[in-house]
Design a protein around this ligand. Structure first.
Ligand code: HEC
Length: 141
């Protein structure tokens, strides 16, 4: 009778082990995690590639890059007046023939053409860089 219980007990233990399969479950989790990591890595790479492609497809002009690196966007947005007029509005008002005049205005600052609010002076800007910026601004539609 005792032997029967021992055999029953052992087979119960085996059944319990076989049922939960702790070793296999852990192994499965690990490989799933690894797969997820691989998938995440692939997605990240794809994203980077996509943004690189985007950059290549629409290269930022030199003027746009200069503007991004300056303080212009504190007062100007492309399509919305904030403190200064929207770039699109400036583009409507002027033509390429005004590039030099506008570049000098950016360097000197001042008011009068859009209202009483003055643009700050940008004495550190070279005329060439200011012209690049204005060329970009005039291209905003
Ligand atoms: C402190 C706010 C401010 C900053 C910073 C600023 N602007 Fe302006 N900007 C203005 C205002 C205000 C006007 C309107 C001036 C006027 O009425 O003549 C203006 C006008 C302009 C005009 C049109 C000028 C004209 O006579 O019609 C251009 C072009 C321009 N800004 C470019 C820039 C560029 C490029 C930068 C960055 C280097 C810049 N702005 C930074 C406020 C600013």
């Amino acid at each position: 009778m005792k032997k029967v219980f021992i055999v029953l007990g052992i087979s119960l233990v085996i059944a319990a082990c076989g049922g939960t399969k702790p070793g296999e479950a852990e192994g499965g989790d690990t490989s799933t995690t690894a797969t997820n990591q691989a998938a995440t890595a692939a997605t990240t790479n794809a994203d980077t590639a996509a943004s690189k492609t985007g950059t290549t497809a629409a290269p930022a002009s030199k003027g746009a890059t200069l503007i991004a690196g300056s303080d212009c966007t504190t007062c100007h947005k492309e399509h919305q007046k904030i403190i200064g007029p929207a770039f699109a509005d400036i583009a409507k008002k002027y033509t390429a023939a005004d590039t030099e005049k506008l570049a000098k205005k950016v360097i000197a600052g001042g008011s009068g053409n859009w209202g009483d609010v003055a643009m700050t002076a940008h004495p550190a800007l070279s005329l060439d860089d200011a012209k690049e910026m204005v060329t970009y601004i005039l291209s905003v539609k």
